[in-house]
Design a protein around this ligand. Sequence first.
Ligand code: C5P
Length: 412
Amino acid sequence: MDNANQKKENVLAGKHIVLGITGGIAAYKSVYLLRLLVRAGAEVQPVATPSALEFITPVTLSALSRKPVVSEFFTANTGEWHSHVQLGMWADAMVIAPATACTLAKMATGVADNMLVTTYLSMRAPVFVAPAMDFDMMAHATTARNLATLRGDGVTVIEPASGELASGLSGRGRMAEPEDIVAALERHFGACDSLAGKTVLITAGPTYERIDPVRFIGNFSTGKMGYALAEEAAARGARVVLVSGPVALTPVHPSIERISVESAGQMLEACRKNAAEADIAIFAAAVADYAPAHMAEHKIKREHAGIDSIELVKNPDISATIAAGRRPGQYMVGFALETDSAEANAREKLTRKGLDMIVVNSLADKGAGFGTDTNKISIITAGKPSDVRTFGLKEKSAVAADILDAITTEYQ
Ligand code: C5P
């Protein structure tokens, strides 16, 4: 066995995993997923919905897991009660694969009418779902809403792939391959404590620079990338100080302390206060470049002079200011959102701002940048500025994992 495989086995070895299986065609892949998990050394307890057992037999699942499959609240002939509470405490992770639209809806609303959803509601460990359904069901607003609710509740969604579906249609809805689900779990367990004891300072969102009481200069940043970084860093054991401009998001992980600010001046102030404690600082905010030199006390009337030209002053560069005042051992990361000559511009920013790493995203890439749920990045470090690591288009949560993997490797 080579070293890479050995390392993989160790991460899942001895871990207690509840494998939830629901009634979809992709349930046949759960058998292989179970096999992979057991082979990696995990102890797996299958919990199947009654309709899952229309697709695969309990004998297969119990033979592979060496545990009786839990499906009903009671064993009919003995009256033995199956404790979902015990399972919730036993598990190190719960993974539901496949997760049908029906089960996702029940999870999102707490309809605990079967053993699987009841176990989910009792679960103390992190929960992963691998949705699998037909293209139209996947694209339906209801499914999107339920997935958004579950994400908000801290559930990790292992994204479905696009491709051929059981219906004969082709599109997004194929369950992630068992190998990818195992990889997501390995990443989770491997990364679990990698930032334990560290403090990470993150800026996120736009800044609003007031012109008068009703108008501001701002930008289209939604804060999604910065918040994804905050959740990922917290999941890896860090204490996170999230200095956030005005956004519609709420942090989920209890280790995230959010400081809400509005303007660049306030963002700088909050960063200054918290920078000394930080081991790592990630500047993901889209800071407005300029602010009005004076804020009008009253709403400027359109018919009066005063709104047709506004005197502007340059905002402070928060990342450059904090990097200039840093103590040895602190690691500082910036973002560069570029429309052209992305790498060259990013390299110049890395040096000018005195950062250790810069994450480049190009607005030229479809699905990257402001407001999207996905991003496509490259990473350049000050140590090796000629090396550019380029990643594929991914969910912002997966991008956050890539960025933190890169930071952790460099920072050690
Ligand atoms: O110069 P540019 O705005 O492209 O630089 C982007 C990077 O610098 C981001 O990491 C951003 O958060 C940070 N920045 C900052 N303060 C500013 C402008 C940008 O921290 N005033």
